[in-house]
Design a protein around this ligand. Sequence first.
Ligand SMILES: [Fe+2]
Length: 126
Amino acid sequence: MTKILEFYTCGSCGNVVMITHTGEGELTCCDQPMKLLEEKTADAGKEKHVPVIEKTASGIRVKVGEVPHPMMKEHYIQWISVKKDRNFYIHALRPGEAPEAEFPVQDTNVKSLIYCNVHGLWTNKK
Ligand SMILES: [Fe+2]
């Protein structure tokens, strides 16, 4: 079955790629198969990764964690995304910025995916 929006990583170099349409071929990087990033939702650790969505005057704000995630160069949220119907929004972040982003979406019942460079891919709903 064709899927959209899957993310794969390379175990050697750390490349992360987004698939917008799956095909039959196997993705490889550094001469080895790339690994599908699983979407995690449970958060047992001290650091929080599960996206929290709140309504704003013009759309929604997605915060990473009820307790803000660290945003240091070695460990930070690289991007926050929102999927709503057939639209996909992604906001890139830099170390030192707040782990949050706003999107022009008029509904808080959306799926958000976020990527931590240390702890991987997280979502608020599967
Ligand atoms: Fe993290």
